[in-house]
Design a protein around this ligand. Structure first.
Ligand code: SGN
Ligand code: CA
Length: 502
C-alpha cells in the first residue's frame, strides 16, 4: 500500500500518464499481468486515516469512528479489525511503514510505523514506533527504502515459518511533499509531462469545486516545489516557515521570477510537481519489485495473496488540482491489483464496483475465516471468480474534513456504473447548523467521463435524479448513516489532536 497513488500513474491502468510512459510501473504491472486489476474500486472517504480505518474494520467512517485526520479524534484500536481476526485464526500479523491512525497499532505480532510529522512520517529521518516503543532513531534511508529494509528484515528474521502470515507493507510515498529518493530524482528531468484534459476546468456549474485550497496555481507553495531561500542561514525558524508558506491558503500565488504569471506559472508548477511525484512513484514501484522477487526467491509466491493499493487516488493536475477529498474520479478511485496464482485469474480486468470496506471481508473469506455480521463491506471473492455473478449496483461515499487542509466542503454521494450523484449538504462558513437541500451534482460518466457538466436540475434528468436519490436513501439506511445533525456535528467537531496551523 502506498499513500496518494493515483491509478492514473500506474501503467497497467492505461490512463493518460500510462500512454506517455507505458513502462512507468513495471513491478506493479506485474501484479496486473499475473493477477487481476480492479478498475472500479473506490474509497469511502478519500483521506488517509479514515481510509485506513475503513480498510482495517470493514466499516464506514461513521461506524468505525475515525472520520477525519484533523481534529477528528484518534482511531479506537480496541475495536474489531481484520488483522485481529486473522491473528485469532492463527496468522502471524505485521504492519510496517505508514499508519497514520493516531493510536498505536493493535492486532499485530510485529509493528513498526511512522510517527513523526503528526503521524505522516517524513521522507528522511523518519521516526518509528516499534512494537509500541519510540525508536527516536533517525533512519539512514529514504523512507521508501527504509520500509522495504524493515519488511525484508521481518520476513527473514521475524517470521515464524510454521505459521501463515499477513504483512501490511505501507509506504509514505508518493505523498506531499513529493521527495523522491536520489536514485529516482532525475528520471523525468528531460521530458514534458502531458497535461490532463481538465487542467483548466473553470468549475462552471459545479457547487464547491471553485472554492478549494488545492489548486496548482495558487496553493502549491515553495516548499512543495523545493524552492529554498537564498539567505536561509540568516533566517530564524519562524521566518523560514513564513517564507515557505507564502502562496498557501489562497493568497496571491508566488512566482519564482517576474515573468512567470497566470497560465505560464501554473504550467511550470505542474511540471515540477509531476516530475517529483512520478519520481516517488518510481521508488514505490522499485520496492514492490523487491518484495515480489523476495516472494519468488523464497518459495512464497505461489501461496500468497499479493495486493497493491493506495489509501485513495490523487489529482495530478485534473481540474487544476493536487490533493484528493473531492469525489471526482481521479481521487475517488483507488488502485487495486490482486494476485493469487491458480485462484485469481491472471491478466484479467474486473469492473465490478467495490469499496475499501470490502477489503477486510475479502481477505477473511480467502483465509477461510468467518466474516462477522457487523462488517459493512462485502467479500468480492465471488466476482473475482466470476465477473457476472450477482453484485451491488452502487457504492457510497462520505467526506467530512473542512476547512483544513484543502477547503473541500463536506459531501456524500453515490456512484453507479454510469452516474454519480453528490450532495454538498453543509457549509459551516455560510451558515452554522444549517442543512443545505439543493447543492447537488449529477454526472453522466459515460458521456462526460471528465465530470465537467453538472446535470443536476437540468431538464430531462428528473427521473434518473429521483432514482439516484432513492438509492442514496436506501444506502444510507442500509449502512446506518448518521442523522443530519450528527453529520454536521462531525464536520464541526474538534476533538483529539488539534493540529496547529499558520
Ligand atoms: C498534510 C498535507 C496535506 C494533505 C494532508 C492529508 N499538508 O496535512 O496537503 O492533504 O496531509 O494527507 S503538508 O503541508 O503537511 O504536506 S493524507 O494522506 O494524510 O490524507
Ligand atoms: Ca493519503
Amino acid at each position: 500500500m502506498s499513500d496518494d497513488h493515483s491509478s492514473e500513474a500506474i501503467s497497467a491502468y492505461g490512463g493518460r500518464l500510462a500512454q506517455q510512459f507505458p513502462d512507468l510501473t513495471p513491478n506493479i504491472d506485474r501484479i496486473a499481468n499475473e493477477g487481476t486489476i480492479m478498475q472500479n474500486t473506490f474509497c469511502t472517504n478519500a483521506i488517509c486515516g479514515p481510509s485506513r480505518a475503513a480498510i482495517l474494520t470493514g466499516k464506514f467512517s461513521h461506524q468505525n469512528g475515525f472520520f477525519k485526520n484533523e481534529s477528528g479524534g484518534d482511531f479506537d484500536g480496541s475495536q474489531q479489525t481484520f488483522p485481529k481476526l486473522l491473528q485469532n485464526a492463527g496468522y502471524q500479523t505485521a504492519v510496517i511503514g505508514k499508519w497514520h491512525l493516531g493510536t498505536a497499532p493493535t492486532g499485530f505480532d510485529y509493528s513498526k510505523v511512522m510517527i513523526n510529522h503528526g503521524g505522516q512520517g517524513t521522507y528522511h529521518n523518519t521516526i518509528f514506533l516499534e512494537n509500541g516503543t519510540d525508536t527516536l532513531e533517525e533512519t539512514r534511508f529514504h523512507s521508501t527504502r527504509q520500509v522495504w529494509e524493515d519488511a525484508k528484515k521481518w520476513l527473514t528474521k521475524g517470521r515464524n515459518e510454521e505459521k501463515p502470515f499477513m504483512l501490511m507493507y505501507q509506504f509514505k510515498a508518493p505523498h506531499r511533499p513529493w521527495t523522491p529518493d536520489e536514485q529516482f530524482q532525475h528520471v523525468f528531468d528531460d521530458v514534458e509531462i502531458a497535461e490532463p484534459e481538465t487542467f483548466n476546468d473553470t468549475y462552471e456549474g459545479k457547487v464547491a469545486a471553485g472554492d478549494t485550497w488545492m489548486t496548482i496555481e495558487r496553493n502549491l507553495n515553495r516548499k512543495d516545489l523545493k524552492v529554498h531561500p537564498e539567505n536561509i542561514k540568516d533566517m530564524t525558524k519562524k521566518e523560514i516557515n513564513a517564507w515557505y508558506k507564502y502562496g498557501n491558503n489562497n493568497e496571491e500565488p508566488w512566482s519564482p521570477n517576474d515573468e512567470l504569471k497566470g497560465q505560464a506559472l501554473k504550467k511550470w508548477k505542474y511540471q515540477k510537481y509531476m516530475k517529483e511525484y512520478l519520481g516517488c512513484v518510481k521508488g514505490v514501484d522499485h520496492y514492490i519489485g523487491e518484495m515480489l522477487n523476495y516472494l519468488d526467491e523464497n518459495g512464497l509466491a505461489e501461496n500468497t495473496i499479493v495486493i497493491y493499493t493506495s489509501d485513495q487516488g490523487f489529482y495530478l493536475g485534473e481540474h487544476g488540482w493536487f490533493d484528493k477529498r473531492m469525489m471526482y474520479e481521479e481521487a475517488y478511485r483507488m488502485p487495486f491489483l490482486i494476485r493469487y496464482p491458480n485462484h485469481i485469474k491472471a491478466n484479467n480486468v474486473n469492473k465490478n464496483l467495490t469499496m475499501n470496506v470490502d477489503f477486510a471481508p475479502t481477505l477473511l473469506d480467502y483465509a477461510g475465516v468467518d466474516v462477522p455480521s457487523d462488517i459493512q463491506g462485502k467479500s468480492f471473492r465471488t466476482v473475482l471468480e466470476d465477473e457476472d455473478a450477482e453484485w451491488r449496483d452502487a457504492v457510497y461515499y462520505h467526506y467530512y474534513e473542512f476547512p483544513w487542509w484543502h477547503h473541500v466542503r463536506p459531501h456524500y454521494g453515490l456512484r453507479t456504473d454510469r452516474y454519480k450523484l453528490i450532495h454538498f449538504y453543509y457549509n459551516p462558513e455560510a451558515a452554522k447548523n444549517t442543512w443545505i437541500d439543493e447543492d447537488y451534482e449529477l454526472f453522466d460518466l459515460e458521456n462526460d467521463p471528465n465530470e465537467l457538466n453538472n446535470l443536476y436540475g437540468k431538464a430531462g434528468y428528473e427521473e434518473i435524479t429521483a432514482q439516484l436519490k432513492a438509492k442514496m436513501d436506501q444506502l444510507q439506511k442500509d449502512y446506518k448513516e448518521d442523522s443530519r445533525e450528527e453529520m454536521m456535528k462531525k464536520t464541526d467537531i474538534k476533538v483529539g489532536r488539534v493540529y496547529e496551523h499558520a
